[in-house]
Write a protein that binds this ligand. Sequence first.
Ligand code: OAD
Length: 244
Amino acid sequence: MTIPAQLIQKLRAAQRVTVLTGAGVSAESGVPTFRDAQTGLWAKFKPEELATPRAFRQNPKLVWEWYAWRRQLVADVKPNPAHLALVELAERFPEFQLITQNVDGLHQRVGSRNVIELHGNITRTKCFEENTIVTEWPDRGDIPPKCPRCGGLLRPDVVWFEEALPEVEMDLATRASISCDVFLSIGTSSLVYPAAGLPIAAMRRGATLVEINPQPTPLTAQAQFVLSGPAGVVLPELVKHLRS
Ligand code: OAD
């Protein structure tokens, strides 16, 4: 993997760097992406059958169990060299902001700090009725379990289709995007808005746009630098160049 010398120069001169990650960054840990035709999470189910408030109202048991399966999968995997490289990358700039669409918490597990989670976190649970985080509940064998305060159903604290993104997080992510010198979009299909609008907003404000992805996306044509390869290979290589 060759890293363009101009990109290294841009990064060496950068004061503020913002990174947006998607499911591709966790792919090499063994977490399936969403849209891979064979192995993607949506290959067996339609997203609207599992990841919408309507689906949860209609079949809360199915939705809870699907997320329980994913929670276990995430608990069993390890962060990969891409997650590790992002921890080191953060140390190289006066200002660095990591934004993720991933709900697996792998960035934080390996030591990334101040991560903006745009789509929530699968390890947290909230009340479907009250929208408040719930950390403990009595195990009465109910699936899904019930809120100890109001008796409403509990659900994962993730953003579903048809739901708004958390306002504070989206606001912070927008600010970090429109004020950075270099924006890296890594392992995301750039199809799901509003997250997919962040690199565009960064570019319009003059940031250098870098994409890391083995496949082209709708963002590819607009990026100044396209590093076509798996994040677990490309990112460690990028960090190595910045070290020397
Ligand atoms: P997708 O499944 O849409 O896209 C994953 C991207 O990762 C694709 O562009 C792949 O080419 C790329 N990829 C695969 N392996 C890779 C690797 N080793 N290194 C780098 N890139 C790799 O996942 P997201 O873009 O994260 O939202 O999807 C965005 C949102 O759509 C998700 O957060 C989720 C989903 O619906 C919600 O659930 C709200």
